[in-house]
Design a protein around this ligand. Structure first.
Ligand code: KIV
Ligand code: ZN
Length: 520
């Protein structure tokens, strides 16, 4: 017997909590690209950023509020007047916008970080929720670290914030400490203790420190939560947040258990995952559920035999359900229009100069390689995009190496002042020589923490992709480069990381300067 399904709201916070993943630095252009794709995926709410934290975040939230249609656009604000005002201002162009205010409520947050009493935290939360409600009808309040907050106090703060105008109450398991049973019990208890919760949407925001973020989110739905906060690929602070694709597919496959349905277009899940992985530099592990490379790969003979006879023997969903498995191949006769169309389908809106550059790279590749796959295109376009505020650009690279000589690299680069300079260096290997030459031009003291090469597609003509992680002054960034020449790919990856380092340094200024309250 079919049962009436209730709507489950998906608030996606890839652009806010996801961007807080170590090593991730998204430019405003990257954020806009991801936001457009989230709109195509039909999430209900896009948490676009934390406007007060930096001018860059403010501008990105403003651009998303101006240009992305469909979902509600949310911005995060601490319980400070200037935060709430900056958030309202950044969101002002959006027809549907939400101000999301939060404050730490647990004893450890009150005592160690905020130095505030329960009463002070309560009053601040209520006052800032009221201020937010004076700008927008749609206000979300989060008692940060709810899972470690005294339940009675949690109920008191939540009651005050509903009276002050909150329309969504979000309970964060900020440090990923809760277990499904415990979380479900707490939510049930909250519904009994705070009857007004039935008049608003109850949301959960679960972190994955114990690998339970999805399980806790699902348990909350059974207890009555009707919004879940997620990140694509489960990225986010530390071990990440509940993965959007996992919540989406579990609720879809088990309507009888959860009694809800999302408004998502599941056929965009895989593409969204790829896009986020490319732009954040956070690779998706092959065995990741729903979107990993092995999620639909059958290795053992028995499984292969079964799937050939009837897919349902060993598959609970088909690749096509999540938009995986179809890769259109372009070749050297494909034109600019076909390239633009395909990139658009993959989530990249590429026009003007950016399209020209991508087309040149595409043609070069198509000359060397018979078939250019979606993975090749993704690699080219993310590599070509670099960052909006591109401070460094690789113009030329020449490397000599071999069995009888010390590797030498000559590099020419465009520098932040617009000048073009050249340097040469010797190294222990060709990559080392290249990076030393770049370092001598850039003079940004960094440590290369990770260097990985992989072939994107098979065969001798495969495009090679290099990923690096670079740390400087406590800031960690990643970079990607792709080319059929692996040394060029290595140089591009390094230069992209350097550009992101510059971007990140500029954008953390205000968060650091203002001290406490950075969310998890
Ligand atoms: O984890 C957390 O508590 C957060 C809040 C700001 C919602 O990210
Ligand atoms: Zn969080």
């Amino acid at each position: 017997m079919s049962r009436e399904l209730e709507h489950l709201y998906i608030l996606d916070t890839t652009l806010r909590d996801g961007e807080q993943s170590p090593g991730v630095a998204l430019s405003a252009g990257d954020k806009l690209t991801i936001a457009h794709q989230l709109a195509r995926l039909r999430v209900d709410v896009i948490e676009a950023g934390f406007p007060y934290s930096s001018p860059g975040d403010f501008a990105a939230v403003r651009a998303i509020a101006e240009q992305v249609e469909g979902p509600t656009i949310a911005g995060l604000a601490r319980c400070f007047e200037e935060d709430v005002r900056a958030c309202a201002d950044a969101l002002s162009p959006a027809s549907n916008a939400r101000i999301h205010v939060f404050i730490g409520t647990s004893p450890i947050h009150r005592d160690a970080q905020l130095h505030m009493t329960q009463r002070e935290v309560h009053d601040r939360a209520v006052a800032m929720t009221r201020l937010a409600a004076s700008f927008r009808e749609d206000v979300e309040f989060s008692p940060m670290d709810a899972s470690r907050t005294e339940p009675e106090f949690l109920a008191e703060v939540v009651t005050g914030c509903i009276e002050a105008g909150a329309t969504t109450i979000n309970l964060p398991d900020t440090v990923g400490y809760a277990t499904p049973d415990e979380w479900r019990t707490l939510i049930g208890w909250m519904y009994d203790r705070v009857p007004a919760l039935r008049k608003v949407v109850l949301s959960v925001h679960c972190h994955n420190d114990l690998g339970l973020a999805t399980a806790n989110s699902l348990a909350s739905i059974r207890a009555g939560a009707r919004q879940v906060e997620t990140c694509v690929n489960g990225i986010g602070e530390r071990a990440g947040n509940a993965a959007l694709e996992e919540v989406a597919m579990t609720t879809q496959l088990h309507p009888e258990v959860y009694g809800v349905q999302t408004g998502l277009d599941h056929t965009h899940l895989y593409r969204t995952s790829r896009l986020v992985s490319q732009l954040t530099g956070m690779l998706v592990q092959p065995n990741k559920s729903v979107v990993g490379a092995n999620a639909f790969a059958h290795h053992s003979g028995i499984h292969q035999d079964g799937v050939l006879k009837d897919r349902r023997t060993f598959e609970i969903m088909e690749p096509g359900h999540v938009g995986a498995g179809s890769s259109l191949v372009l070749g050297k006769l494909s034109g600019r229009h076909a390239l633009r169309e395909r990139l658009g389908e993959l989530g990249y809106r590429v026009d003007g100069e950016e399209l020209n550059r991508a087309f040149v790279r595409f043609k070069e590749l198509a000359d060397r390689k018979r078939e250019v796959t979606d993975r090749d295109l993704e690699a080219i376009v993310t590599d070509e995009r670099g960052t909006d505020a591109e401070a460094f650009r690789l113009e030329h690279l020449q490397v000599s190496c071999g069995t009888q000589m010390r590797p030498t690299a000559t590099v020419r680069m465009m520098l932040p002042d617009g000048s073009s300079r050249e340097a040469a260096a010797l190294g222990d290997g060709p990559v080392d020589a290249t990076y030393r030459a770049i370092d001598s031009l850039v003079q940004l003291d960094g440590t290369l923490e990770e260097f990985a090469i992989q072939a994107i597609s098979g065969g001798m003509d495969a495009v090679g992709e290099v990923s690096v992680r670079l740390r400087s002054d406590g800031t960690l960034v990643s970079g990607h480069g792709a080319d059929t020449d692996i040394l060029v790919a290595a140089a591009r990856a390094y230069v992209q990381a350097l550009n992101r380092m510059m971007l990140k340094r500029n954008s953390v200024e205000r968060t650091v300067a203002s001290g406490a309250g950075v969310p998890a």
